[in-house]
Design a protein around this ligand. Structure first.
Ligand code: GDP
Length: 423
């Protein structure tokens, strides 16, 4: 059985929290795209953990975690993340962590290139997390990247670096006047941070195929949401990889497998980190109150997130793109104190009302058409059954369900593992 957990919105929907919860009934959890540019926050009985690279089920000892073929891995960051988790009492061994030999290594020169380019752009910057993600994906498609499996073959690694570093320096020193990288320096970096990871590197495709054949339950965990997908998101303010369900099996290393159940994680309101069109955005005091109530500051960067009401247009599109079979609606409790809840029901593009999510310049100029729904003005935090929810909260959920045309199965009313309602 292959399940995927994907984001319906701009990311930060609470996917980490849902994977942490739902992984209880899974055997294997796989990250299939992206790198350490996003953060999942998970709170459980062992404490609060921010995961950038590792699949969220690493916090459950009896689960196998796979870092898939579609990922880009900063091995220095990964070593730090593993160490922090070990200090927090989490066990990590080759039994519960497997890294694809085909995943790409994000190197120090990728991080440097990302920073140099953002600095060059100045006011026009993309709002990159400066962790090298766009440059390393570009290198992957230029066929000038190092793969995790190369770490196992030092002579081959050296020869690859000799070709790549010479080429990369043309950009770093020639174009940006940055500091030159040396093959010897990079080999030392690989020695320090690659050696401890060697025992985890394997062919995760064969591993996952035999796990599925043996009847194991495998879950694919996305980073970021549909609206950040490189093809279907708010290009160019997207991430550099595919965040969608359809790519999941490819990024995991099992392109021969179909996803049986796609669970879309959707937030009860909207948030967006960084630049780019965000039609439902709210400003001023109303926005500040929601941001504070929701603790809307980026897990990886600490940046304040832009906030807005629930966006029907974007979310319905997100459900479609993700082929979501069911929805997990998160952070309903954050709306507990709002008397009139704003919902963006359609967009106005050049005076024309649209309910389809536009792209490019049409999206840039889209204006929100807002309607207000009655709030419930009491705490939902302790609710554990659908009937426990106040009537207006149920009305809100049913309104959204109809608007996005997808069944809402899970409702999250707190960050803790048990703060969940199954409808
Ligand atoms: P992810 O990247 O999609 O996993 O999302 P983030 O980790 O960036 O953001 C989710 C944040 O909201 C985390 O701090 C979670 O602990 C928290 N969270 C998730 N679900 C809920 C919820 O239902 N209520 C509240 N109050 N917090 C939640």
């Amino acid at each position: 059985m292959l399940t995927s957990i994907v984001g319906i919105n701009w990311g930060d929907e609470g996917k980490g929290r849902m994977v942490d919860l739902l992984s209880e009934s899974q055997d294997v959890v796989v990250r299939y795209q992206g790198g350490n540019n996003a953060g999942h926050t998970v709170i459980n009985d062992k404490g609060k953990f921010v995961l950038n690279l590792l699949p969220s089920a690493i916090l459950r000892e009896d689960k196998v975690n796979v870092m898939g073929t579609g990922m880009v891995i900063d091995i220095q960051h990964l070593c730090g993340e593993i160490q922090r988790l070990r200090e927090g009492g989490i066990t990590i061994t080759p039994e519960n962590l497997k890294i694809s030999d085909k995943a790409i290594v994000c190197c120090p020169y990728n991080v440097a290139q990302d920073c140099l380019e953002e600095d060059r752009l100045g006011d026009k910057k993309f709002g990159s997390t400066r962790r090298g993600i766009a440059p390393v994906y570009a290198d992957k498609y230029m066929k000038k990247a190092i793969r995790m499996g190369d770490i196992l073959h030092p002579e081959y690694l050296r020869s690859r670096l000799e070709t790549i570093v010479e080429w990369k320096n043309l950009t770093i020193t020639g174009m940006y006047k940055g500091e030159e990288y040396s093959v010897e320096g990079l080999l030392k970096w690989f020695e320090t941070y690659g050696t401890p990871l060697k025992e985890y590197i394997c062919d995760t495709g064969y591993y996952l195929n035999s796990a599925l054949k043996a009847g194991k339950r495998v879950m694919l965990e996305a980073q970021l949401g549909a609206l950040r997908d490189i093809d279907f998101g708010i290009y160019p303010f997207t991430t550099s990889s595919s965040t969608i369900t359809a790519y999941g099996p490819v990024g995991a290393g099992i392109p021969n497998r179909k996803v049986d159940n796609a669970i879309g994680v959707m937030k009860a309101y909207s948030t967006c980190v960084g630049e780019g069109p965000f039609t439902a955005e709210m400003f001023g005091e109303e926005a500040e109150n929601l941001r504070k109530a929701g603790g809307e500051y980026g897990a990886a960067t600490g940046r304040p997130r832009r906030v807005g009401g629930f966006d029907v247009v974007a979310s319905r599109y997100g459900c479609m793109v993700q082929a979501a079979d069911e929805i997990a609606l998160t952070k309903l409790d954050i709306l507990d104190t709002i008397e009139k809840i704003p919902v963006c029901v359609a967009y106005d593009v050049n005076g024309v009302r649209t309910e389809e999510f536009p792209s490019g310049e049409a999206l840039n100029i889209a204006k929100p058409i807002i309607e207000y729904l009655d709030g419930w003005c009491c705490s939902t935090e302790k609710c554990r059954k659908y009937e426990d929810l106040p009537e207006n909260a149920r009305k809100y959920i049913e309104y959204i369900e109809k608007a996005v045309d997808c069944n809402i199965k899970y409702i999250s009313v707190g960050a803790e593992r048990d703060a969940i309602i199954i409808k």
